[in-house]
Design a protein around this ligand. Sequence first.
Ligand code: ASP
Length: 313
Amino acid sequence: MEKFIIIVHGGAGRIRPEFKDRALRGVKNAAKAGYDILSKGGTALDAVEEAVKVMEDDPTFNAGTGSTLTIDGRIEMDASIMDGKTLNAGSVAMIRNIRHPVTLARIIMEKTDHVFIAGDFAEKLAETFNLERCNPITENRIKIWKEYKTMLIRGEHQYLPKTTKLIKIIPELATDTVGAVARDKDGNLAAATSTGGLTLKLPGRIGDTPLIGCGNYADNEAGAASATGIGEVAIRLVLAKTVCDFMRNGLIAQKAVEKGIELVKTRQNNLPMGIIAVDKYGNPGIAHSSESLSWAIMASDSPKVVAGLKYSP
Ligand code: ASP
């Protein structure tokens, strides 16, 4: 049987000390859920969806329940999923109250002729396919939102939308998006990513997460990758596809993600970013320019979950 593996991340945001244990537990649970599917012969696509769903349900992370709020206090969640075998992909943006945005992304991939649907019709599709609704706003997110909003009002830092400047002052603005990449026993690759976006983002702002190639990409002939951090950086660098192309050209996953983060350093001011990847042989890759990145890996050649809040190879 060929090697199967899942790698997950719980975001590149700075993790407050009181959240460290929860973040570690959360990524481990997600990796185990995905691995469970792979070990029963399930597909990489099912595994990444399940892993991301587990993290969407965990309020520690900025995806699904616990998503961050826009500058005017609303929820606008983004998600995407991609199948490396067919290059089929599905994305949603600005979702308000669906429990699992990643599943809605998969419905768009499988039940429509399109890749990316935002707004009212995305919600209509969720209703048609009986997706569960929820109120993703948590007490903790309201607390964080109030703190940052007060700082904005006091003029203690430069006003948004110059998020790239703001982020140097408040690293928490890039919070904990979730993502997963996997290779199944048949050698198929998949990637999924889900987020509430950046805290205090302007309403209508769409980040890298639902943009195929920026926050998420999978191609059996190259690799699969999921990004987190300042979405605008990943969009400018088309980061997930760029990292997959490094693998297509022969780099193993770890070297490819390191080269991706090198680009963030040299071309994007070393802003806080993180990226995970798997190459077509099943090698994992994790790298970040951010202070921390919660991550977990589980693979068939050593089926014990390993996880951390920073990564050095
Ligand atoms: N990349 C996400 C976005 O910009 C945020 C994150 O990763 O925390 O929407």
